[in-house]
Design a protein around this ligand. Structure first.
Ligand code: NDP
Ligand code: MG
Length: 401
């Protein structure tokens, strides 16, 4: 109700990754609150058809395609209907629409390392950042958090687990977890479609099977990450940076119903959890309106139908990606960026049917084991490290083909 009671200035939003799963759900929530939010810019990679439809509907000031050829095509199509949307292309344009003075809110929902530069630009420009792109924190956690602090940005986690933890932490989140009386954070994991599979079954998993997530509708990369549990591993690293949490203060618990989105345990024995239907419009609405609440279109959780909540420990033997992510977090420096780069190459190779499901962790482990780990001091250095790790992973993919 608060949004109806407190008239306020329209907030202008840039959506990076507008044609993706998170981008479209963000547009869905914004459409329900046209009196509060307006679209300033939309961005995607190459999906001209999707962007054309969105530009026609939302009439943003800017539309950015990473690919120049896609931008040229989109511009011609929009011109033919008399649209006033300005079409730009490339990484620099993604950064411009993230840092533009007219923008209040940036939804960072590009998938993978490609989301890093525009998220950094939004941080430096002091925007309210709704961070879905976890890879930014995995790759460049120290640099990004520093940019958020220096730029005076407001960082709101959209990943459902981190959004849940953010909600369960005290309002004033200054200082260490210990100083807030927090013992640990518990990230819940659905366990993915192969929760009960044997190693032999995992080796034979097909792309179609891995793309069939039991609880969440998501883009292909994060769906594969969920099936290998790398998604949970990336989220452990994400939690480390977002909440200033030590590796030993971050636990993962498998919870197949995905009803509890994560929990915070306090030193007095209290555990606070956030529950709801598994629908990303809840954390998106939370990020858009924080500290107020907005309707999101998500229905009430029916506890009686849910009836039971199950929990178990993750199996690090069948799902080595989670172990590798903890290893990279403990190793520090460039290790998480190398883990992320190797994972992106391995997942793309699996989606292209070049390697098997269990080759994914094996390949990442090999890349990490030969990599030189060093402290991360600049984005330029990070880009080089990311490139080298991708090369190392690609060579291993070719060897497996
Ligand atoms: P999708 O694959 O559905 O969408 C990805 C979006 O990013 C598309 O708009 C795509 O454009 C765009 N994109 C891809 N590469 C580039 C690039 N190089 N430059 C510019 N734009 C690019 O992914 P999701 O929406 O599922 O996920 C987005 C991010 O949010 C990921 O980091 C994921 O981990 C995170 N996340 C997602 C959740 C979910 O429920 N989906 C939950 C929690 C986190 P195009 O259509 O042109 O290819
Ligand atoms: Mg998540």
């Amino acid at each position: 109700m608060l949004d109806k009671l407190s008239p306020q200035k329209i907030q202008y939003v840039t959506i990076l990754g507008a044609t993706g799963t998170i981008g479209l759900q963000t547009l869905d929530v914004i459409s329900q609150h046209a009196e509060r939010f307006a679209i300033f810019a939309l961005a995607a990679n190459s999906n001209v058809k999707g962007m054309y439809a969105l530009c026609e509907k939302y009439q943003p000031s800017y539309a950015v395609m990473l690919q120049q050829s896609a931008a040229t095509l989109l511009a011609a199509q929009l011109k033919s209907i008399g649209s006033s949307t300005v079409v730009l292309h490339g990484d620099a344009a993604l950064c411009e629409i993230s840092a533009h003075e007219q923008v209040d809110i940036v939804m960072a929902a590009i998938v993978g390392a490609a989301g890093l530069h525009p998220a950094m630009a939004a941080a430096k420009a002091g925007k309210r950042i709704l961070l879905a792109n976890k890879e930014t924190l995995v790759m460049a956690g120290n640099l990004f958090m520093q940019a958020v602090a220096d730029g005076g940005a407001t960082l709101l986690p959209i990943d459902s687990e981190h959004n849940a933890i953010f909600q369960a932490l005290p309002q004033n989140k200054q200082g260490s977890l210990a100083s807030m009386g927090v013992k640990r954070v518990l990230l819940t994991a659905s366990g993915g479609p192969f929760r009960n599979a044997t190693i032999a079954e995992l080796k034979a998993v097909s792309c179609a099977q891995a793309l069939n997530h039991p609880n969440w509708v998501m883009g292909p990369k994060i769906t594969i990450d969920s099936a290998t549990l790398m998604n949970k591993g990336l989220e452990v690293i994400e939690a480390h940076w977002l909440f200033n949490a030590l590796p030993e203060q971050i636990d993962v618990v498998v919870h197949p119903q995905s009803v509890i989105h994560s929990m915070v345990e306090y030193i007095d024995g209290s555990i606070l959890a956030q529950l709801g239907n598994p629908d990303m419009r809840t954390p998106i609405a939370y990020g858009l309106a924080y500290p107020e609440r907005l309707t999101s279109g998500v229905g009430s959780l029916d506890l009686l139908t849910t009836a039971r909540l199950d929990f178990s420990a993750p199996d690090l033997v069948r799902f080595p990606c989670l172990r590798l992510a903890y290893h990279a977090l403990n190793a520090g420096g460039s290790a998480p960026a190398i883990l992320n780069a190797a994972n992106e190459i391995a997942v793309a190779a699996f989606l292209a049917k070049k390697i098997g499901f269990m080759d994914i962790p094996q390949l990442i482990e090999q890349v990490l084991s030969v990599a030189h780990i060093e402290p991360i001091e600049s984005i330029e250095q990070l880009v080089l490290i990311d490139g080298l790790a991708r090369q190392s992973a690609s060579v291993r993919v070719e060897a497996l083909c």
